[in-house]
Ligand binder design. Structure first.
Ligand SMILES: *Cc1c(COP(=O)(O)O)cnc(C)c1O
Length: 401
C-alpha cells in the first residue's frame, strides 16, 4: 500500500529537508514507493550490528551491545526510524531510543516487571488495575523495540502476538465483567497486524454492551507512519468512540510523514493523544520538551502523559531524577499553551500517580498561600469553614516573605 498524504499542509516534496521517505529511500537504495510500504519496512527491520553498519557509523558501545544483549532484549528498528537518526552521532536522541548500548548491562536496580503486570492480570494479557478499565496486551511485535520498554520481558515469550487463545480468553473476561467500560488495546504494537485481524478484534469488543470506549496505544505514527493507510483509518472509524494514544518522545520524530499519518486518523474523527517517556538525552531539557509539545499541538496531537521512566532492567542510563522532571514541568507552565503541557505521572502497580509541582504553601488563617509563576507569594482569601477544618492544609508559618 503506497503512502498517501491527505493534507496539503504536509506534502512530501523533494525540497523538504525533513522528508524522511526521500532520505530513507536513498539510504537504503530502494524506490520511495518501496520504502513507504509498511510490510517492506517490517521485513527489513534492522536487528543486528551488521544490518545497522550498512547505514550508520556504529560506536564500540553500540556494536558490542548488539551482541551482548541479543538474548536479553533483541534490537529492532524500521528503516524509516533509522532514517531519522544522525548517522554519525551515537548520542543522537533517536538512536538512544532504539539502538542497544553497553550501559544496559550496568543497571543495578532495574527489574523485569516494575508494574507487576503479570500479577495484575486475572487472565493472561489483561492487566486489570482500575475497576472500570483494562489494558489488553494483544500484540508482541513492534516496528521499533524501544530500549526503555517496560514490557521487554515479553520479548522472550513465544507466540504472544495476536494469539487466538489469549484473545478469546481476554474478550470473555471483558464480556463477563460489567464494570469494564474502557478497553485499552496495547502490546507490543497492536497496529502490527492485518486490517482484518484488527477489525475482528475491534468488532468483538464493540459488541460487548458495557464497553463504552475503545482505545489503541500505538507507536506506528512515530516508528512506521506508512502503516496508517486510508483503508486502516476507514476500518477503525467503524468502531467509534475510538481513541488513539501514540508515543512521540522528541522533536526529530515530528516529520511530514508522521504528521500525515496523524492527519489521516484525525480526518476520521479519531482523537489522538500522546504519551511520552521522560528520557535522559532525548527530551530532558526545557528547550527540547517545549519543542516537542509545541510540535505536537501544531499537528493537533494533545500531549496527555509524560511518564517517569520505570525502573525496568537495563535503563539506568536513560532515567531522569523525578526532581528534574518536576522542574521541567514547572518550566513549561506559563511559557506555552496550557493544553500542550502533559500530566507528568509515575505508574505503579496500583495505578498512575500524578507528579505535580506544588504551588500551595499552606493556610494562613482565612487565606491560602500559594507561590505564583513569578516565584512570589500569593494570598488567596478563602475563609475557614466547616469543610476546611476536615480537609485542612498545613499551616503556613513563613510570615516574612
Ligand atoms: C495506564 C493504564 C490504564 C489507562 O489509564 P488512564 O489514566 O485512564 O489513561 C489502564 N489500565 C492500566 C493497567 C494502565 O496501566
Amino acid at each position: 500500500m503506497p503512502f498517501r498524504s491527505v493534507s496539503s499542509l504536509h506534502m512530501r516534496t523533494a525540497s523538504n529537508p525533513n522528508n524522511i521517505t526521500e532520505r530513507g529511500a536513498r539510504l537504503f537504495g530502494v524506490s520511495e514507493e518501496q520504502f513507504s510500504n509498511w510490510r517492506w519496512q517490517m521485513k527489513n527491520q534492522l536487528t543486528s550490528a551488521q544490518d545497522a553498519e550498512r547505514i550508520l557509523q556504529l560506536s564500540v558501545s553500540e556494536k558490542e551491545a548488539f551482541v551482548a544483549l541479543k538474548d536479553i532484549f533483541e534490537a529492532g528498528a524500521t528503516p524509516y526510524y533509522v532514517a531519522l537518526m544522525d548517522l554519525q552521532n551515537e548520542f543522537d536522541p533517536v538512536r538512544l531510543q532504539a539502538l542497544p548500548r553497553l550501559e544496559e548491562t550496568q543497571d543495578r536496580i532495574g527489574v523485569a516487571d516494575p508494574l507487576q503486570e503479570v500479577g495484575n492480570s486475572p487472565v493472561k494479557e489483561v492487566v486489570h488495575v482500575y475497576e472500570d478499565r483494562v489494558a489488553f496486551c494483544v500484540a508482541q511485535l513492534c516496528p521499533v523495540y524501544c530500549r526503555y520498554c517496560f514490557r521487554k520481558r515479553r520479548d522472550e515469550e513465544v507466540g504472544l502476538h495476536f494469539n487466538p487463545r489469549i484473545i478469546d480468553q481476554g474478550v470473555d473476561y471483558i464480556a463477563s465483567n460489567k464494570n469494564i467500560r474502557d478497553v485499552l488495546i496495547t502490546g507490543g504494537d497492536p497496529l502490527i497486524a492485518q486490517d482484518r485481524t484488527l477489525e475482528n478484534l475491534l468488532a468483538r469488543l464493540r459488541a460487548i454492551p458495557h464497553v463504552e470506549i475503545l482505545r489503541i496505544g500505538t507507536r506506528v505514527p512515530v516508528t512506521l507512519p506508512y502503516r496508517i493507510t486510508e483503508e486502516l483509518a476507514d476500518m477503525l472509524s467503524q468502531f467509534h468512540p475510538l481513541w488513539i494514544n501514540t508515543h512521540f518522545n522528541c522533536p526529530e520524530e515530528l516529520t511530514p510523514e508522521a504528521s500525515a499519518a496523524i492527519d489521516t486518523l484525525l480526518s476520521r474523527g479519531i482523537p489522538v493523544g500522546n504519551q511520552s517517556v521522560l528520557l535522559a538525552g532525548v527530551n530532558d531539557s526545557h528547550e527540547r520538551l517545549k519543542k516537542l509539545v509545541e510540535g505536537l499541538v501544531r499537528i493537533r496531537v494533545r500531549p496527555y502523559y509524560l511518564y517517569q521512566a520505570q525502573t525496568v532492567e537495563g535503563t539506568a542510563h536513560l532515567r531522569v531524577p523525578i526532581e528534574k522532571g518536576l522542574d521541567l514541568i514547572r518550566s513549561l507552565r506559563g511559557n506555552t499553551t496550557g493544553f500542550a503541557i502533559p500530566q507528568y505521572v509515575l505508574d505503579t502497580p496500583t495505578g498512575k500517580i500524578p507528579l505535580s509541582p506544588n504551588y500551595i504553601l499552606g493556610r494562613e488563617n482565612d487565606n491560602v498561600v500559594l507561590v505564583d509563576l513569578k516565584q512570589k507569594r500569593w494570598r488567596e482569601e478563602n475563609p475557614l469553614s466547616d469543610y476546611v477544618t476536615s480537609h485542612h492544609l498545613p499551616n503556613f508559618l513563613n510570615q516574612d516573605l
